[in-house]
Write a protein that binds this ligand. Structure first.
Ligand code: RTP
Length: 155
């Protein structure tokens, strides 16, 4: 595999409360599965305010920050860890632009959302943040490393 020379990364993907409530979780999970990434963590979780604030701390000075925290804590989210070569940037491409009206058709937000403040899914923006966010949202023991018995394409 050419890909074996490349960097295996991990990223934190989260179906936001609107995605869960609209019944889009399966569809969103499916996009990453079909692409060929490996799921290593998955849970439904009601996020406490403090965790939402820590996760989005870089945005704490923004005017929309209180609304963002209210949104993320408004109902359960689905927390996921995904692993793969180039998974961080690729997941951001699959997700599409922050403003769903500018997101390309074919992307998750381009196909499934309208409002920036209800954009159904989160994805880490760097490998460093992928690690940071997985450590923030998952406890030790909730991440499951596994190898496909079917072949080497899931890695
Ligand atoms: P995310 O972190 O959720 O994957 O989103 P992102 O990188 O595409 O966007 P970012 O700039 O990090 O913003 C985080 C989330 O805050 C909400 N937001 N609202 N002007 C607004 O009202 C506004 N701008 C951003 C969105 O939910 C965005 O995903």
């Amino acid at each position: 595999l050419v890909a074996s020379m490349e960097q295996v990364e991990e990223t934190y993907i989260m179906v936001k409360p609107d995605g869960v409530q609209r019944g889009l979780a399966g569809e969103i999970i499916s996009r990453f599965e079909k692409k060929g990434f490996k799921l290593t963590g998955l849970k439904l979780f009601q996020c406490p305010k403090e965790l939402a604030e820590e996760h989005y701390k870089d945005l704490s000075s923004k005017s929309f920050f209180p609304n963002l925290i209210e949104y993320i804590t408004s109902g359960p989210v689905i927390c996921m860890a995904w692993e793969g070569v180039g998974v961080v940037a690729s997941a951001r491409k699959l997700i599409g632009s922050t403003n769903p009206l500018q997101a390309e058709p074919g992307t998750i937000r381009g196909d499934l959302a309208v409002h920036t403040g209800r954009n159904v899914v989160h994805g880490s923006d760097s490998p460093e943040n992928g690690k940071r966010e997985i450590a923030l949202w998952f406890k030790e023991g909730e991440i499951c490393q596994w190898t496909s018995a079917q072949g080497p394409w899931l890695r």
